[in-house]
Design a protein around this ligand. Structure first.
Ligand SMILES: *Cc1c(COP(=O)(O)O)cnc(C)c1O
Length: 380
């Protein structure tokens, strides 16, 4: 019996070495050497004006919601096909979430449907780059600027991915990445990054990060004492987590190359079934890149998907479905006033999308085996 899990975090071998270094220097709390090294790397490589390490992608989103000054009654436009945190970070600030539908041929927010959702209360749009595939950012930024709305990119899955050659997370006013163990690179299980592209937010971002104090400025010698100046929380990760991430960053190119190779292999192996109409493969708009975060297919129906998942499970292959539509969630139904929106594309991805195993150490033979199993399923 095979045993191919859906995900397996990869260790480059240097993690323990850097973590030991962090311990040995005696500086374990946040904003130390490894935090700075990671932040510098991201700023240099992707051109973010400011990169701030956080304890999770969720925390990066929470920081973004505070920075956008979202207040009770403000409206925030979010795709319904996403992880809870994309909406939750803004709900905690009292925002009313306006859910938008996905595109017809990919789960990203349909930029053409955003404008109809804008009201005088709209404060933020949160495009989510699902599977690391870029949303139509030019269109979204154009709408946002026309209506004086801020854009926070949920780039949790989108490290090292691009829109028309521009790194994701560098286009919106703010961007949020995750280094959870299920993402391409991890900070030892949990971690994240806030990117600040609009300079107006840099100063306040550092304060919110450091529990509402100006401690970061104090460390740089810019003020001679530090105190409580704003709201905030403890959003900064321990040096241990940043040290872990730094080891992964060292091998980023290799990790990305392998993940992309796996996704190309899947695509090659499954394109014939897709041509026969058994399912559809991920659509990669010409403006987007594939960062090897995820490989998925979209089945024709919920029943067929359930059967495929059961079949693969029986073969020891860890294929899984993904999000349930947030606009159909218990929490939203209970707390929302007014009618539940009708978002058919989102519901279809919730019912029909299947993610196949994807991780650095997945072997070519295993990918071939999974492809063969899927072919077998459809020839039954
Ligand atoms: C993983 C993920 C998050 C949350 O990141 P955490 O680091 O787990 O808090 C948010 N949004 C999306 C789209 C994600 O995939």
């Amino acid at each position: 019996m095979n045993n191919i899990p859906f995900n397996k975090p990869y260790l480059t071998g240097k993690e323990a070495h850097y973590m030991y270094q962090a311990v040995y220097t005696g500086k374990l709390s946040g904003n130390g050497l490894f935090t700075k090294k990671c932040q510098q790397f991201f700023e240099d490589k992707y051109g973010f004006k400011k990169a701030i390490m956080t304890t999770s992608g969720t925390d990066a989103l929470e920081m973004a919601a505070i920075l956008c000054d979202v207040k009770p009654g403000d409206e925030v436009i979010v795709p319904s096909y996403t992880f809870v945190s994309t909406a939750l970070a803004f709900v905690r600030q009292g925002a009313r979430i306006i859910f938008a539908d996905s595109c017809e041929n990919n789960p990203n927010i349909d930029a053409e449907k955003i404008e109809a959702l804008i009201t005088p209360k709209t404060k933020v749009i949160v495009p989510v780059h699902y599977a690391g595939v870029a949303c139509d950012m030019d269109r979204i930024m154009e709408i946002a600027s026309k209506h004086h709305i801020l854009v926070v990119e949920d780039a949790a899955q989108a490290i090292d991915s691009y829109y028309k050659g521009r790194p994701l997370g560098s286009i919106g006013h703010l961007g949020c990445f995750s280094f959870h163990e299920t993402k391409n690179i991890t900070a030892g299980g949990e971690g994240g990054l806030l990117t600040v592209n609009d300079e107006r937010f840099i100063h306040r971002a550092e304060i919110i990060w450091e529990k509402g104090t100006n401690r970061a400025e104090f460390f740089r010698g810019m003020v001679n004492k530090y105190g409580w100046v704003d709201t905030g929380s403890s959003f900064l990760p321990s040096e241990i987590n940043s040290a872990f991430l730094y080891a992964q960053i060292d091998s980023l190119e290799m990790i990305q190359a392998r993940r992309k190779a796996i996704s190309i292999k899947y695509k090659e192996g499954l394109k014939e079934l897709a041509m026969r109409g058994c399912f559809s493969l991920a659509d990669l708009p010409e403006y987007a890149t594939n960062n090897g975060h995820m490989f998925y297919v979209v089945c024709r129906s919920l029943n067929e998907r359930t059967a495929l998942l059961d079949f693969l499970k029986g073969q020891g292959v860890g294929a899984v479905f993904h999000y349930l539509s947030l606009h159909m969630s218990e929490y939203y139904k209970e707390h929302h006033q007014g009618p539940i929106p009708d978002l058919p594309n989102c519901d279809r991805f919730a019912d029909c999308l299947v993610r196949l195993p994807m991780y650095f150490e997945l072997k070519d033979e295993e990918v071939e085996l999974i492809i063969d199993q899927i072919k077998h399923f459809y020839s039954l």
